[in-house]
Ligand binder design. Structure first.
Ligand code: COA
Ligand code: MG
Length: 294
């Protein structure tokens, strides 16, 4: 998933608009963008929307961000949406593998109750929203087969740390959030799932968004969350492997294929060994997923 667009669940106009904006996934939000008195209406709207998105046509993946498991609201969220069949549940304020196991059990019980195959709904934790979560980033591996990606957040973490800001005057993340970002990357790599970069809230600043997407791709993120439809095209463009990157990756794969058993090869005076081959294969897989003809 390159682009994942947040849509408040209690905004029917936005839900319909979001479907056609080219995002790889929609994150139907029941948490921070929905006021406490609107939670029940938002649950019903989320379930209704998921149930009426046609399944026989190309469509974005549908994620639901439920409220935190510790909030007392998550069970009602899951009760409302699981029957409608979302592709994944996003877990805010996640604290390590133990919380993922807890969410896995909650989903398994509900899948059984509504006759859905066990494990059909994936989990995407937001892994850095509490201070404690930072110390548990290494515990996701093996927690659940449902784990399909990890992402990170800087807004709740800033509130918890008592910070006045999470970015400097030029818009760059400050140290605690750079740490959170790096921990998300390492946590995802350790758990062998995709890392998804956090939102860029200055949604009219397209240059700033593009720069942040390019830095995220450079560092190993596979995609980025969006908060506005206008961000989707930029995210998709930056996270779709370019023709040049594909040609380079293909030459590495071809080079190894032409030298069976070789651990290291040279192409154009540059050395490539096994990690380079793995990276090239991953890039080609991402291009295929993005629908780029190879
Ligand atoms: N999904 C779908 N449609 C959206 C959208 C979103 N996330 N954000 C804006 N739109 C729609 C607007 O409804 C508007 O539609 P219209 O032209 O039919 O009226 C159009 O896109 C243009 O919107 P714009 O006027 O530029 O922005 P806005 O002031 O209406 O909305 C936000 C700004 C930030 C409130 C809005 O983008 C939003 O709700 N984002 C998601 C917030 C969220 O989920 N946060 C939680 C995670 S951090
Ligand atoms: Mg939040």
């Amino acid at each position: 998933m390159r682009s994942l667009l947040f849509v408040p669940a209690d905004a029917p106009g936005k839900l319909d608009k979001a479907l056609g904006c080219g995002a790889d996934a929609l994150i139907i939000d029941l948490e921070d963008s929905v006021a406490p008195q609107r939670k029940a209406a938002a649950r019903a709207a989320a379930a209704d929307f998921i149930a009426r998105v046609p399944v026989d046509r190309p469509r974005p993946r549908l994620l639901v961000r439920i409220n935190a498991l510790a909030s007392g609201l998550a069970d009602a969220d899951l009760d409302a949406v699981v029957l409608a069949g979302p592709d994944a549940i996003m877990l805010p304020k996640a604290e390590g593998g133990a919380l993922v196991m807890h969410a896995d059990a909650k989903l398994a019980a509900r899948e059984a109750l509504c006759g859905r195959p066990e494990g059909s709904i994936a989990l995407v934790p937001i892994a850095t929203e509490t201070a404690h979560a930072l110390f548990l980033a290494g515990t996701y591996l093996g927690a659940s087969a449902r784990l399909s990606a990890l992402t990170w957040g800087a807004e709740d973490l800033a509130a918890e740390l008592g910070a006045e800001a999470n970015r400097d005057a030029s818009g760059n993340f400050l140290d605690p959030y750079r740490l959170a970002r790096a921990l998300c990357l390492a946590a995802a790599a350790a758990a062998k799932v995709d890392a998804i970069d956090t939102v860029y809230v200055d949604f009219r600043n397209t240059d700033g968004l593009r720069r942040e997407c390019e830095e995220a791709r450079r560092d190993g993120f596979c995609g980025k969350m969006a908060i506005h439809p206008a961000q989707v095209a930029i995210i998709n463009e930056v996270f779709t492997p370019s023709a040049e990157a594909i040609a380079k990756a293909q030459s590495v794969v071809d080079g190894f294929a032409a030298s069976p058993g070789a651990g290291v090869i040279a192409i154009g005076g540059v050395m490539f060994d096994r990690p380079h081959l793995a990276r090239a294969e991953r890039l080609l897989a991402r291009a295929r997923t993005a629908g780029v003809p190879l």
